[in-house]
Design a protein around this ligand. Sequence first.
Ligand code: TRP
Ligand code: SF4
Length: 326
Amino acid sequence: MKKRILSGMRPTGKLHLGHLVGALDNWVKLQDEYECYFMVADWHALMGDYERSHQMREFITENVIDWLCAGLDPEKSNIFVQSQVFQHLELNMVFSCLTPLGWLERCPTYKEQLREVETRNLNTYGFLGYPVLQAADILLYKANAVPVGEDQLPHLELTREIARRFNGLYKQEIFPDPQALLTKVPRLLGLDGRKMSKSYDNAVNLSDTAEAINKKISNMFTDPKRIKLMDKGHPDICNVYSYYATFVPSMKESVFDWCRNAKTGCTACKKQLAEGLIKALEPFHERRKALSGDTNKIKKILEAGRENASNFASNTMKEVKEAIGI
Ligand code: TRP
Ligand code: SF4
């Protein structure tokens, strides 16, 4: 029997290169080894973006297209939308009853967001419960493992505590102890050297055209100490070089040499990176051409995913209700 995994992404905007190397490439690899549930976490998106949710439907479809272009295969994996499987909220309710407030108030991601996010009001009842819903997502499918980035570890720790508390209270081993499948990825910074984020508008999106990629890469920040062509550069601190390492690894050595020994200027270096990146993304773009516009196909995939997910979820909820006594 294959082990099961569940993971999710919030549909808060277009997906970019960070999503590809940070999550999608890894999801694609896991498809053969595990029984996979990949979920568009629209309720979680609403928790943070409830004041501007009007584009959510569009983001959901576009994100799923990007998932498919990256190589997620609906024949192998269950791809579905969280809000279409009502049991997520049911289990969220159960877990809300037994999760002590202190666990949530102490959660480092929660404290950090409240401190740092200034443009949205996150001081809400729903947002405090963000990790409770995430625990419901994971445990509804009795997932053994959850592929996530490091930033999500506190949520996984809470998931395990909630599972143990439920099992303990109702004296049944209904829920497993899900493990994090940490994705080891080179940290890819945004085009301006800050954290890659849609709110900074500093990323190459997966749906960007070749023209857009050229333009964005040409504006990338480079080694600030390299001003004239004769200055020797420092590839190790240059963001452009880290993009080479990730997307055009075959050119890594020559770029290092050109830069270190001042053989090429930064403009040429970036132009070449753009070409390499466009080439690396070519298969992705080909698939995107075929898929975008085919909303029917996306609908069908999500409908099949919803059905499988719902079947599993309703079995779990039967056991849960039985155990509780309702
Ligand atoms: N919180 C996750 C994120 O922001 C998204 C998410 C929601 C998730 N539910 C999940 C991830 C369940 C893994 C498992 O990235
Ligand atoms: Fe960066 Fe390339 Fe310029 Fe070197 S030549 S500093 S790697 S952009």
